[in-house]
Design a protein around this ligand. Structure first.
Ligand code: ZN
Ligand code: ZN
Length: 108
């Protein structure tokens, strides 16, 4: 179960992702849901445009949530909507568990 408080954007220029191609596709593949009509951040009603890598001190590793471009630039902590769905960004728990194709280094 994911907490809704204490999230931050991953502060990194590192744009690596997985065999899904984009983090948006990764989210679609592993959430089992359709792309939401509004951003995952509390009180934001913009349409989400990216699968954003986010971190939380109470969650191991990185997670991906649908987000709008503005929220993706937030420097401060934010709260997710109750119904927001975060998926693990760790391919070992998601895509690579089915398909052993990885790009770049550092995943293992
Ligand atoms: Zn993936
Ligand atoms: Zn937003």
């Amino acid at each position: 179960m994911y907490p809704i408080v204490g999230w931050r954007n991953r502060k990194s220029a590192d744009t690596r992702n997985c065999a899904c191609g984009t983090w948006k596709q990764h989210w679609l593949n592993y959430s089992g849901r359709g792309w939401p009509t509004s951003c995952s951040v509390m009180r934001c009603n913009n349409p989400p445009t990216v699968g954003a890598p986010v971190i939380n001190s109470n969650v191991a590793g990185e997670s991906i949530v649908p987000m709008c471009a503005a929220c993706n630039k937030l420097a401060e902590e934010f709260i997710l909507k109750i119904n927001a769905i975060a998926v693990s960004a760790n391919p070992a728990e998601t895509c690579a568990a089915k398909k052993r194709v990885m790009y770049g280094s550092g995943w293992e």
